[in-house]
Design a protein around this ligand. Sequence first.
Ligand SMILES: *[C@@H]1O[C@H](CO)[C@@H](O)[C@H](O)[C@H]1NC(C)=O
Ligand SMILES: *[C@@H]1O[C@H](CO)[C@@H](O)[C@H](O)[C@H]1NC(C)=O
Ligand SMILES: *[C@@H]1O[C@H](CO)[C@@H](O)[C@H](O)[C@H]1NC(C)=O
Ligand SMILES: *[C@@H]1O[C@H](CO)[C@@H](O)[C@H](O)[C@H]1NC(C)=O
Ligand SMILES: *[C@@H]1O[C@H](CO)[C@@H](O)[C@H](O)[C@H]1NC(C)=O
Ligand SMILES: *[C@@H]1O[C@H](CO)[C@@H](O)[C@H](O)[C@H]1NC(C)=O
Length: 668
Amino acid sequence: MLPSCSTMSTRQSVMLLVVLVLSLPGLIHSFKPLFKSNSLTHRDITRIAVLRKTAEVCRDIAASKGLDFNLIIDNNLSAGKVQKACLSRDTSTIKFETAIASMYLSNAAVDQIFLLSAARHFDDETFHRGRDIITEGVSAVKAHAKLENYFRGRLSLGQICHTLQDFYSHSNWVELGNKAPYSALIRPDQPLKNLAGQNTPTCRSCVGENCTNNILPDVLNQRLLTSGYFGIFFSSKPTGKCSHGGSADRTSRKDPVGGINKDTIDSSHGFLHNEAANLAIHATMELLEDVRLAAGNTNFMRLMGLSQSPVLCFVIDTTGSMSDDIDEAKRVSFEIIDRKRGTGQEPSGYILVPFNDPDFGPLVMTSNADVFKGQINSLTAAGGGDAPEMALSGLQLALTAAPPFSEIFLFTDAPAKDTYLKNTIIALIESTKSQVTFMLTGSAVFRRRRRTSQDVAPRAMSRSAVQLYQDLAEASGGQAIQVTKSELSLATSVIVDSSASAVVTVFQASRNPGRPDNFNFTIDGSLQNITAYITGDSPLTFSLTSSTGVSQTSSQSSGPLASFTTTGNLRRLSLNTDNQTGLWQLSVSSNNPYLVKVTGQSSVNFIYNLVEEHEGAHGDFSLKEGRLLSGGNASILVTVTGSETVKVTEVTLLTAQVQQRSKDHCSH
Ligand SMILES: *[C@@H]1O[C@H](CO)[C@@H](O)[C@H](O)[C@H]1NC(C)=O
Ligand SMILES: *[C@@H]1O[C@H](CO)[C@@H](O)[C@H](O)[C@H]1NC(C)=O
Ligand SMILES: *[C@@H]1O[C@H](CO)[C@@H](O)[C@H](O)[C@H]1NC(C)=O
Ligand SMILES: *[C@@H]1O[C@H](CO)[C@@H](O)[C@H](O)[C@H]1NC(C)=O
Ligand SMILES: *[C@@H]1O[C@H](CO)[C@@H](O)[C@H](O)[C@H]1NC(C)=O
Ligand SMILES: *[C@@H]1O[C@H](CO)[C@@H](O)[C@H](O)[C@H]1NC(C)=O
């Protein structure tokens, strides 16, 4: 089987070297360096804890409803198994995996952002300050969950999990023989007992490389809690204290020599690595349980990334000429709401941002469909003028509030006034991975007349005004659809299409300036309901050839391979692919700029994050903020979702500006 993979794009004008080596079993396909296959990482610990805790919650929910629950909860769960056992109707695990990834990536980032903070790692016997970081963080996570701000909640959660997990590697909790997590670390009301005094020696030097017995017998007998001292720049530590250990830790070269950390099986106390990691898993689950008790099951599940179907997000121009468009936005959103109500595909939330001139907003975000209906019902078209409007400000507000991977629809008939926001919007699109599709009704043949003016005041958009919308659409994987107001109701089928579950982008490419070209894309057995879109001004003709050599041209609106409709600059092709998996070709003939996009429904998808290597005691990868730099190497963490058998064999980055062909190969 050749799986479907979304295209990914980066606006770099240089070739990037992508090093992708896959070694971990199961769903995770990751890069190799420093990910010791024989040791558990923060990422493994976080992932296992989230999957186990989520499965436990689902088991309890099932029991309370008298339903069967057959999943065995162990360290070998996959997101797909858990999601299924939780009776989620979402057939794609992409949101669950993305949520888990954002937790483990923010966890990993702690080593980079807070490398020198002892308390963040429970180094240097900083038990009180470390505990404060955890308990303050837990309060923040609970507050975020309550406000349904899951994105921020996951980032905070990832960070405190790092500190909590480090306790088991960096302290002597395991050496003291404890078999359960130290619950006081998440309970600010409980005293931290039996801490080794500031002047109490805790270690003796290791015997050569052998640190099996370096914790002083008195410390063990009196069950005193201590942790290793750590210094990258300085070797000083209080007399007789244990060190972290390892080559980056200068204190470990000073008497008492050696260390006690259990970061990997090769560490000073690596013989206890598995025990420490296992306790860290249980401690993380205990922390998650604490969050669940405060947030409630529903919000907790959403925080973990489960039971979140897409949000429906509209950004609407409300100036005087927009009343038809507002009516259409209302019609299509009501259609989606009414059709999906009570099904697993009901949008999990609704976002509405009106914009006008000079105002924009307020943003309305609700999980109640009726509240949304009321809000959209109350929109009226008024004000504005010939001047361009605050489209990008409205879009920025929506991008900031919508969860990652949202699809945002912006309705307008005018150019944007706030074009200076273009780069900000592109950066937001890149970080949220949201798609923006523009429904433009201002550039078509029919130009509006201002009702308040006796003159004809056309609201045509210049090429450059449309180009801005096209650039933003393309950077996000969306489209800029130009239709007349009377055609709009036909074009909104793209909104209904995108509200289906598990929609993946199979292929996307554009040509600007336009030129005739051929595009190859792969249809695999997991794909259903495949739709191709070609947006571009006429004249434009195309032909489609299937993997078995059947072909159809644009002179046949209904043929063996597709039936299609044309509305404004949008051609929507419903592909009939039965049994014709493999390489398809679409040939487009036009000298106008155009964009080709192929989507389908599939449970197989992938998520990716730019990561960077960093040095230090816990040398590792962490999330890369911002853009790639040209001329350098880049690392990308790719996680395939929805299949336990798909392996990534090749990743190709394409440039949105140079308009290259995209190809993502995956194979069994
Ligand atoms: C985990 O699951 C995989 C596949 O589902 C299986 O091959 C492997 O043996 C399991 N490992 C353990 C420790 O159960
Ligand atoms: C390390 O020392 C302990 C005793 O302190 C001993 O039992 C063990 O065999 C030694 N390990 C190695 C690898 O030498
Ligand atoms: C598309 O596929 C055909 C047939 O395999 C191949 O000859 C052609 O080079 C491919 N085109 C591109 C642009 O890769
Ligand atoms: C494909 O579309 C049809 C009709 O819209 C729908 O009944 C079917 O469930 C869709 N397939 C999937 C996998 O969602
Ligand atoms: C697709 O293949 C299946 C089994 O190979 C066959 O039963 C079915 O008729 C085929 N469908 C079409 C449209 O060729
Ligand atoms: C990129 O990676 C290659 C191979 O690992 C290495 O030789 C090269 O120096 C790296 N370039 C930069 C700029 O880091």
